[in-house]
Design a protein around this ligand. Structure first.
Ligand code: TYD
Length: 207
């Protein structure tokens, strides 16, 4: 089973991914967690280019293509083989991040981006996508308490409003894949909800 977690800044995705993986491993599943962009040696090099604050003059199209380059490598080298062996792959961001950030955030052509995603992934989509939805101001305030800023962290509030609305729109358009989780709640409650949703999907897939 292929699961992705999505959400805008400060939604707490990364720690929730770790706790979900731990829980599923205790229940006997083979679990692989990956982070996008990155997750392979080549992908981590691309990640450094994408996030390096010195790359101020990166064109938006260059950015879109680099995300797909990292993803293509990840899909072929890591995700497909792991799924083929019956494992559970949990992705901290996947293709929907490109649609939310570069598509809705930058207000660029969605259909062209979808075609690039199709090419990069060979059409591989998650079975389940969890959207950790949080109010933009709350999320940005949480992030401000966190670590260092990268090149993509310098965008304004209206950008993140569009990202959030984009995610909600995608979730509504494909309700069989997406589950929206209120990430404004305490982290433990969010984790319980995630476990409930994922357990139900895994039981349904098994039975
Ligand atoms: P990261 O430090 O991993 O942030 P986060 O904890 O929010 O996931 O940086 C990833 C950044 O890259 C994040 O700002 C979202 C952005 N991103 C895109 O803009 N498009 C994409 O396709 C992906 C995968 C990430």
């Amino acid at each position: 089973m292929f699961i992705s977690l999505e959400g805008s800044e400060g939604c707490g995705k990364t720690s929730q991914v770790g706790r979900l993986a731990e829980y599923l491993r205790r229940r006997g599943y083979d679990v692989l967690t990956i982070r996008e962009p990155g997750g392979t040696a080549i992908g981590e090099q691309i990640r450094n280019i994408l996030l390096n604050p010195e790359n101020v003059d990166m064109d938006q199209r260059t950015e879109i293509l680099l995300f797909q380059a990292s993803r293509a490598q990840l899909v072929e080298q890591v995700i497909r083989p792991y799924l083929a062996n019956g494992g559970v792959v949990i992705c901290d961001r996947y293709a929907d991040s490109t649609l939310a950030y570069q598509g809705f955030g930058y207000q660029r052509e969605l259909e062209a981006i979808k075609a690039l995603i199709q090419f990069a992934t060979g059409g591989l989509k998650p079975d389940l996508t969890l959207l950790l939805d949080v109010d933009v101001e709350v999320g940005l305030a949480r992030r401000a308490r966190g670590g260092q800023k990268n090149r993509l962290d310098v965008l304004d509030v209206s950008f993140y409003q569009r990202v959030r609305q984009g995610y909600l729109q995608m979730a509504q358009a494909e309700p069989e894949r997406w589950v929206v989780i209120d990430a404004g709640k305490p982290a433990n409650d969010v984790q319980q909800e995630i476990r409930r949703v994922v357990s139900a999907r895994l039981s349904a897939a098994a039975g």
